[in-house]
Design a protein around this ligand. Sequence first.
Ligand code: ADP
Ligand code: MG
Length: 344
Amino acid sequence: MSGLVLEGISKSFNGVSAVDHVDLAVPNGTFVCMLGPSGCGKTTLLRTIAGLEEPTSGRILIDGADITAVPAHKRNFGMVFQSLALFPHLNVGENIAYPLRIRSVGRAERVKRAEELLALVDLRGYADRPVARLSGGQRQRVAIARALALSPKLFLLDEPLSALDAKLREAMQVELRKLQQRLGITTIVVTHDQREAMTMADLVVVMGQGRIQQAASPVEIYRKPVNAFVADFIGSTNLIAVQGSGQGVTAPGGTIPGVVLAPGQTSATLSVRPEDIHLVPVGEAPLTGTISFIRDLGASIETFVDAGGTQIVAVASPRDRAEFRVGDTVGLRLAPESCRVLAS
Ligand code: ADP
Ligand code: MG
């Protein structure tokens, strides 16, 4: 395959596993977001791809060539770390041109390339600024430009936006995605923010405990999570324990018609997104509960419903603001196609 292929990559530190048998194929030009909770092995996997860590086992291939033993500086990958690691004693232009300088590119050529890169990240005219006089977002762009100086084959970023405030972070997510699309460069961004991953990625790789839990498009990850870990990590979901067989299933607050378990399966966990649960007058749905709390967020209303001891969150439209109050008993309508059956 052309692109990046990871084959059975594992990495242990003193016998303790950090990355565990990771297999992944990334076609050229793909924007990948590696997503998962702190400590699940994201940084270790990214550093292994970069050549900064040697895998305990497994192979890394680029366009079919095995690069596992190629040292980091010969891989021609661009990398941006969380700390950015800009050189404080160099100005913006010198920071960006640094990778060219250590490869003995001549001064005139360096200045020209730095100008091109500054234009690329929307910092024209900043070459002579000391980096200390840049805002957080501008530093971010300098780090990105420097990582792209050698037109790398692969662009690797470890939580690059986590130090920025929420508004700027969202703006940079869109910028980074547009830049990647313009350059067509294969990019892997590590993040622990699922919204960030959904915004930027072609391919979301959800990691947990050193393993890939699921690798798929943002929509597929959201609509068809393969297990409770992924369902819970991506967006918010209701995990409802059910019992049943052939004809529908029973939940603590009543029955859910139309959901069928696999042959021989008698219990399962349903994952149902809050926006797929509709509150209806009691009696109009077989599943019932009592509203325990209402969170009115203006654009949407989250209602917390106690259904036989299980808390279920449903999103109601602001149009229904006057319809339901805390303490009301309500029906919960769930379309069977929006219930994802997970192994329990
Ligand atoms: P993440 O980036 O997802 O937060 P890391 O890849 O940093 O996770 O860490 C995964 C696991 O590997 C953690 O348990 C961490 O303590 C361990 N680890 C990472 N780097 C080292 C190291 N150099 N030496 C020992 N343990 C490490
Ligand atoms: Mg990390």
